[in-house]
Write a protein that binds this ligand. Structure first.
Ligand SMILES: *[C@@H]1O[C@H](CO)[C@@H](O)[C@H](O)[C@H]1NC(C)=O
Ligand SMILES: *[C@@H]1O[C@H](CO)[C@@H](O)[C@H](O)[C@H]1NC(C)=O
Ligand SMILES: *[C@@H]1O[C@H](CO)[C@@H](O)[C@H](O)[C@H]1NC(C)=O
Ligand SMILES: *[C@@H]1O[C@H](CO)[C@@H](O)[C@H](O)[C@H]1NC(C)=O
Ligand SMILES: *[C@@H]1O[C@H](CO)[C@@H](O)[C@H](O)[C@H]1NC(C)=O
Ligand SMILES: *[C@@H]1O[C@H](CO)[C@@H](O)[C@H](O)[C@H]1NC(C)=O
Ligand SMILES: *[C@@H]1O[C@H](CO)[C@@H](O)[C@H](O)[C@H]1NC(C)=O
Ligand SMILES: *[C@@H]1O[C@H](CO)[C@@H](O)[C@H](O)[C@H]1NC(C)=O
Ligand SMILES: *[C@@H]1O[C@H](CO)[C@@H](O)[C@H](O)[C@H]1NC(C)=O
Ligand SMILES: *[C@@H]1O[C@H](CO)[C@@H](O)[C@H](O)[C@H]1NC(C)=O
Ligand SMILES: *[C@@H]1O[C@H](CO)[C@@H](O)[C@H](O)[C@H]1NC(C)=O
Length: 626
């Protein structure tokens, strides 16, 4: 029985629990004073007798796991006295004021640390405990707990649970899965790929569906996990009862903590975190719109704007966002000396090398900030421009070549932004038809990537992208460099699967009709040589099923996100056979449910528009209710 095994640990635990076991005390950097937490000050606030009555503590935001390795995985939870997030700037000696939604008042809570224990087991009843440990948390890290569970077996499903030390106050039970050993022969791995979840724009049904289907091994998130906007500026908000908190543009540490916490109240997001190990990276909105190394779209690059971006400096705003992200996301910190680094890779047996990039925050040259589009167009082919900075670029190219050398079957590149050239003259005009906030604005970086693949004869490359709120499936080409035949796919180096948003609106109009969306996709697909399928209408996600013989991509469209529901439509399927380096012909088996396919047809099997009080969506015949 679990509590017996716990009580054995407890007395020794309080004395010896490692303060650094909670990785968040060391994030975002233990080597940069001012960015980390002074642990010795936290230790001083600990008192020998338990300062907290466990019944005054709650696990407020479920559990999460991520960054799986063959023998370890990151586990996350939050345990605190109230739902509210830490107002670090308001700390008074001994107490920290937190807002209680129940009493609608600020309450003073002790700043003493909370002791938590965790257990990991292959069985849900925790009879066979594979790993356990203790850690502390406190207001300093917003009561978040992030630990690395170790001593685990490769490619194995585990259950885990936290409890307040020496008490029956427990978290929900989470499930996670380690990756296979690098050299293990693995026959089959499935991923769900997400991007762009905007809380006031809709329910996160997309996160819940793979949980209900139990259809994947791991979840990959390509960023825009939160949005920094205020409700008044963006989204349906009040009309669907989803008002982002705090209801203002984010600048302070509390702002970013509160917003992530707010998103973590969505039931489908909670369910996905509880059931799957996540591998996330950020895009721009985890900090601000169209960020690059030094700023974002709201700044206009004036000196004044850098000094005071919403009351904080640009750098401080970014560090606030980054710190909250590390506190709340179940990811590892790759390099304690490099507080912005989240680019990292995962070897998944002999089947996949998953290379996760940061094309946004780390070291990106100036991007399209709206007022400077023409200028960015002019410099987009400038050899000095980089999306990643030289350190990350070198690492990336090394990852590609060493992956090919070790003989992993597939190289999967998690990029935030769309890699393939898209001719969007239908909306941007013919003078400047490309999206300069995507890889098209950094052509030399793109060329260096393609040259690495060409020069080293590296095949089986699958690029992933989010950011755009639409689905784009392309053969991976270097158009001016190598002949590409869109009919056969010859000349292609791989495939790009870019996916739609969890809830962020269609880029060509929030309330676009399916007919109007498909009018656009017809033009986009015919104007863009390597673009084989495009859908603008559906919010959704896609799954990738990998074997050594092939990758199957399954795109799912959500009929509506303005209610919480479990509906989804399989809108298109694609296959990439190993060694082909292109989409299998006929692409999409020649038939898709929505959008435009280059050589094939769109069925669009409509059912009826529900004219009751539910006029938001068109339901479909082949909709799967799961
Ligand atoms: C803990 O959560 C439960 C269930 O939501 C709630 O009833 C209880 O009041 C909470 N306790 C505290 C101390 O917030
Ligand atoms: C936990 O709950 C059990 C059963 O209710 C009780 O016997 C035990 O004393 C509790 N343990 C603690 C540490 O509160
Ligand atoms: C402290 O944080 C709160 C909440 O984020 C903010 O409203 C307030 O302006 C901050 N105060 C100072 C002095 O920075
Ligand atoms: C940025 O520049 C544009 C174009 O000059 C202008 O419309 C906008 O108001 C400016 N924004 C800020 C925050 O200065
Ligand atoms: C990138 O490659 C394209 C096609 O070969 C070429 O037109 C362009 O000049 C190259 N840009 C750079 C910076 O190398
Ligand atoms: C879309 O529809 C919603 C709900 O009717 C409305 O609040 C919103 O303003 C519309 N957005 C646009 C861009 O038309
Ligand atoms: C679609 O395009 C056709 C041809 O250009 C046009 O006649 C029609 O009005 C468009 N439909 C919508 C819904 O935009
Ligand atoms: C984009 O498409 C338009 C319309 O078909 C065409 O005139 C233009 O040359 C294309 N531009 C590029 C860069 O492919
Ligand atoms: C995609 O594949 C699934 C599973 O085989 C199937 O149910 C669905 O009808 C397919 N959808 C399309 C559009 O081909
Ligand atoms: C689906 O609906 C659209 C617009 O309402 C219509 O143009 C199309 O013909 C319908 N498709 C089918 C198969 O009924
Ligand atoms: C329709 O209205 C009823 C009564 O207000 C409500 O219970 C129901 O959830 C609504 N249905 C939908 C699909 O919105």
């Amino acid at each position: 029985m679990k509590l017996q095994s716990l009580s054995v640990l407890t007395s020794a635990a309080l004395a010896s629990a490692s303060w650094t076991k909670n990785l968040n005390y060391r994030s975002p950097s233990e080597h940069h004073p001012g960015l980390g937490i002074a642990i010795h000050k936290v230790v001083k606030r600990n008192v020998p007798t338990m300062p907290w009555n466990p019944s005054h503590l709650n696990f407020t935001h479920g559990v999460a796991s991520g960054d799986p390795f063959p023998d370890s995985v990151i586990l996350w939870t939050r345990v605190g006295p109230v739902q509210d997030n830490d107002h670090s700037n308001l700390t008074v000696s001994g107490y920290v004021p937190l807002y209680s939604h129940e009493t609608e008042k600020y309450v003073k809570v002790s700043t003493a640390p909370v002791c938590v224990e965790y257990r990991v087991s292959t069985d849900k009843s925790f009879e066979d405990v594979a790993d356990h440990g203790e850690a502390y948390t406190s207001s300093d890290v917003d009561f978040t707990v992030k630990v690395e569970a170790s001593n685990l077996q490769p490619f194995t499903t585990y259950y885990y649970q936290f409890n307040v030390c020496n008490s029956n106050v427990t978290s929900p039970v989470g499930r996670t899965k380690t990756t296979p050993n690098k050299d293990d022969h693995v026959t089959d791995v499935k991923l769900a790929i997400y991007s762009c979840s905007n809380f006031p724009f809709g329910f996160f049904n997309a996160y819940g569906n793979p949980v209900r289907k139990d259809s994947v091994d791991y979840v990959v998130h390509l960023g825009d996990y939160i949005y920094e906007y205020a409700e008044g500026e963006y989204g349906y908000g009040y009309s669907i009862g989803r008002i982002p908190q705090p209801d203002r543009q984010l600048y302070t540490l509390h702002d970013y903590r509160r917003r992530i916490a707010n998103y973590r109240e969505d039931h489908d997001l909670l369910a996905s975190h509880q059931q799957f190990a996540w591998i996330p990276v950020w895009d721009d909105h985890e900090v601000a719109d169209n960020t690059y190394r030094d700023g974002s779209s709201t700044l206009n690059n004036t000196e004044q704007s850098f000094v005071m971006d919403g009351g904080v400096s640009v750098d401080q705003r970014k560090m606030n966002a980054v710190r909250a992200y590390f506190e709340w996301m179940p990811i590892r910190q790759v390099d304690m000396d490099d507080n912005l680094r989240i680019w990292r890779s995962f070897a998944i047996g002999d089947l996949i090398d998953l290379i996760m990039l940061d094309t946004r925050q780390y070291d990106r040259s100036i991007t399209d900030l709206y007022f400077n589009t023409d200028y960015i167009h002019t410099i987009s082919n400038d050899a000095s421009r980089s999306l990643m900075g030289s350190r990350q670029e070198h690492w990336f190219y090394n990852q590609l070549t060493s992956s090919a050398e070790r003989g992993a079957t597939w190289r999967v590149v998690g990029s935030q932004i769309v890699f393939s050239r898209l001719n969007e003259s239908v909306v941007f005009g013919e003078d400047s038809p490309l999206n300069y906030d995507a890889w098209d604005g950094y052509q030399s970086n793109k060329n260096r990537t393609l040259a690495t693949l060409y020069d080293n004869n590296i095949g089986n490359n699958i690029f992933l992208a989010g950011d755009s709120h639409a689905s784009w499936v392309s053969d991976l080409t270097w158009l001016e460099h190598a002949d590409y035949n869109p009919v056969t796919g010859s000349g292609s180096l791989g495939v790009e699967f870019a996916g739609s948003a969890v809830s962020s609106p269609c880029p060509y109009g929030a309330n676009i009709t399916i007919d109007r969306a498909n009018n656009y996709t017809n033009t986009l697909v015919s104007d863009t040589t390597s673009l084989q399928w495009n859908d603008l209408y559906y919010r959704g996600y896609y799954e990738l099923h990998f074997t050594h013989a092939q990758v199957e991509a399954r795109y799912f469209g959500l009929p509506t996100v303005v209610t919480r529901n479990n509906w989804e439509i399989p809108i298109a399927n694609f296959t990439v056979a190993a060694g082909d380096n292109r989409l299998q012909r006929p692409v999409g088996n020649g038939v898709v449910e929505s959008g435009t396919i280059k050589y094939g047809k769109t069925t669009q099997t409509n059912l009826t528009v529900d004219t009751g009080n539910n006029t938001w969506f068109v339901s479909h015949e082949n909709m799967e209710v799961i």
